[in-house]
Design a protein around this ligand. Structure first.
Ligand code: GDP
Ligand code: ZN
Length: 291
């Protein structure tokens, strides 16, 4: 038996990287009976067969899992944003970061295209919210060393609005990434933007990444009751104030004596972050416990 990580799932096969080889595996039937589907990012035990084949025998407990993209054990969500065209709506950053925090992922906000626009406002929002934030440019190379450092030894999912520069950044981090992507597309006989499979790429710097198509890929199924219950806790900068509201069960939306609202008024919590909180609160409100 050997241990490895599922790097790619395609047509019923799981490609397991054992560190020395990539085994083409099937999953044992028992998983289906348990309602468990192996996911890219899973750590698994495999029974090797001759010819580079094998069976997935055991799936290790997951730290987290996402439905879209279908990946397990993401350490960090890298949210690529930009103030140059196409501009990123801060609400979309906050929404996806709330989901990531809920799932126990680190969040890194990465502002790209700083050669065109330094995005001071965005930078200010996220640094005063206390979220890790980097300014980078795939074009000039600014900040790429810091980004490399931030993603090394982790599995990171990259997301961001289309055209923000996700592919350009990954290619700038590792020129071979482009090649890897090219090879996969060719094997499938279609272009990379139409490929719908998920794959984990190992970059030269020691980072593992999954490139997910866009913000929308983290959408709807994640707006669930758990997020509704935990919403205030998914904005880490609210933490110092949550226990100081006048009323227990304060929703931090409009109550008298709300310590979060006070912190917003005093400029200690960025207004735009609290606006996103209000929007998410409204979006989640219709969800009912019995559903
Ligand atoms: P994706 O849809 O997020 O993968 O975005 P792409 O990587 O395809 O980039 C979209 C466009 O933005 C391309 O024309 C890139 O050349 C351009 N672009 C990406 N990063 C930068 C950057 O840092 N500076 C500038 N000026 N252009 C960039
Ligand atoms: Zn409150």
């Amino acid at each position: 038996m050997s241990r490895g990580r599922i790097q790619k799932a395609l047509s019923g096969f799981y490609y397991v990287n054992t560190g020395t080889q990539l085994l083409q595996c099937r999953a044992r039937g028992k998983f289906r009976k348990e309602g468990l589907t192996p996911l890219v990012g899973d750590w698994v035990d495999v029974q090797e067969l001759p010819g580079g084949q094998g069976y997935v025998e055991r799936i290790e407990p997951r730290k987290n899992q996402f439905a879209r993209p279908a990946v397990a054990n993401i350490d960090q969500l890298v949210i690529i944003a930009s103030h140059a065209i196409p501009q990123t709506d801060p609400y979309l950053i906050d929404r996806v970061s709330a989901i990531a925090v809920l799932k126990g992922c680190e969040v890194l906000v990465c502002i790209n295209k700083t050669d065109l626009d330094p995005a001071d406002d965005l930078y200010e929002i996220y640094s005063s919210a206390g979220l890790p934030v980097l300014r980078v440019s795939a074009e000039s190379g600014e900040g790429l060393n810091q980004l490399t450092e931030a993603i090394s030894e982790k599995l990171s999912a990259f997301t961001g609005n289309s055209g923000v520069g996700k592919s350009s950044i990954l290619n700038a981090l590792d020129p071979e990434f482009h090649l890897q992507v090219g090879e996969v597309s060719q094997a499938l006989g279609r272009g990379r933007h139409t490929t719908r499979h998920v794959e984990l790429y190992h970059l030269r710097c020691g980072a593992d990444v999954v490139d997910s198509p866009g913000f929308s890929s983290f959408d709807t199924d994640e707006l669930n009751l758990e997020l509704k219950r935990e919403l205030p806790n998914t904005f880490p900068e609210f933490a110092p104030y949550l226990d100081h509201c006048r009323f227990t069960g304060c929703s931090h939306t409009k109550e008298k004596g709300c310590a979060v609202l006070k912190a917003v008024r005093e400029g200690k919590v960025p207004k735009s972050r609290h606006e996103s909180y209000l929007r998410l609160y409204e979006e989640l409100k219709p969800l009912k416990e019995w559903e």
